[in-house]
Design a protein around this ligand. Structure first.
Ligand code: VTB
Length: 345
């Protein structure tokens, strides 16, 4: 390698590392601010407003992050979404920050808009980031998914009968099928799946929304969730995959292409194998990955936003793949008052 090429190479590598080291806590600020904004709308019954304020807050804080970011999964195409649309440049580095890392970002400003609007548990604000090309540009369609933790990584198969998968999971977790908890989105399309799980003898937790946070819980011991099954959003599948790569879990997934329009769109996107079963590494291939989420309402891993006289308290999880950190971040955002007091836990 010539010196110049070597310098360029090192520089690119350093920028990639810089991304995990320097941006992880920056991204924590982004999801925290979105969570605080949407938590103010908790229980108002207005899911659009909850989503809108989360998106706005996420966008505003994102622009203070020292990076050259591009949204690869966002609120929609440029003509449908005013903010955080696919292809939008975000971050403070686009004007004169050529030394700042270039990163791709997948966002879900409020995962579980209904949950927030009704004050139900499990709403989160979430994003994943990687070096360029590290997150699949998934189409906005449904995706069949199965999400498991590290012990069950290669024990499941998207095409195996439900009972086989549950048997394999139970074996890996050294317990009976009847001890397992399977999380499934409560939808008519899952009628057969739910029936199959019941017949196999496992327990089910039906959720109204939020298969992304359920997926993260499945990859963490002690949450009481062992597997997530069923179809949900494909973009959220990519964000789940980024989390799985940080937690050593697995997601197996396949796009649900069920209309001619969707078929045409998938073709246009250049996806050749429409039946492909994606793994976490296919969905989030990035070497450097940051995953950040904050609880809006209480969940298995994070508490929801709490407002109190002295300020606001948030619980987040911030993870990086390459540098191998899983951080549970409890933040107090102090009110601007001279007499403010901080309480330990
Ligand atoms: C939502 C949401 C999920 O998928 O249900 C969606 O709650 C599935 O779509 O967390 P439908 O509501 O149309 O059934 C997710 O957004 C993510 O996968």
């Amino acid at each position: 390698m010539t010196t110049r090429v070597a310098d360029k190479h090192n520089e690119t590598r350093n920028l990639a590392h810089q991304m995990e080291f320097e941006l992880a806590l920056e991204f924590a600020r982004v999801v925290e601010d979105a969570a605080i904004a949407s938590a103010h709308t908790m229980g108002t019954g207005d899911r659009e407003r909850a989503d809108h304020v989360a998106t706005e807050a996420m966008r505003t804080t994102m622009d203070t992050v020292p990076m050259r970011g591009t949204i690869v999964i966002g609120e929609g195409e440029r003509d449908q979404a005013p903010m955080l649309y696919i292809g939008e440049h975000v971050g403070a580095g686009w004007h004169d920050g050529e030394n700042l890392p270039e990163v791709d970002i997948a966002v879900d400003p409020l995962e579980g808009t209904n949950l927030c609007a009704t004050g139900a548990p499990g709403a989160i604000t979430v994003l994943a980031a990687s070096e360029k090309g590290g997150l699949l540009n998934a189409p906005d369609c449904y995706m069949e998914k199965i999400v498991v933790g590290p012990s069950c990584k290669d024990a499941v198969d998207l095409d195996a009968p439900v009972k086989e998968n549950l048997k394999a999971i139970a074996r890996r977790l050294s317990r009976d099928i009847s001890d397992l908890v399977v999380v499934v989105l409560d939808r008519p399309r899952h009628e057969k799946l739910i029936d199959d799980i019941r017949r196999a003898g496992a327990r089910i937790r039906l959720i109204t929304d939020g298969d992304l946070s359920a997926g993260i819980a499945a990859a963490v011991i002690g949450t009481g969730v062992h597997v997530v099954m069923g179809s949900g959003g494909a973009p959220e599948g990519v964000i789940t995959a980024a989390a799985m790569r940080c937690l050593n879990g697995e997601i197996l997934a396949r796009l649900v292409i069920n209309t001619p329009e969707l078929e045409a769109r998938i073709e246009k996107m250049g996806i050749k194998d429409k039946k492909k079963i994606y793994t976490a590494k296919d969905l989030a291939p990035g070497k450097n990955l940051v995953f950040a989420a904050t609880g809006v309402t209480d969940g298995a891993l994070m508490k929801g936003v709490r407002f109190f006289g002295e300020g606001t308290r948030t619980s987040s999880i911030v993870m990086t793949r390459h540098s191998g950190k899983v951080r549970f971040v409890e933040s107090i955002h102090l009110a601007k008052r001279a007499d403010v007091k901080v309480r330990f836990m």
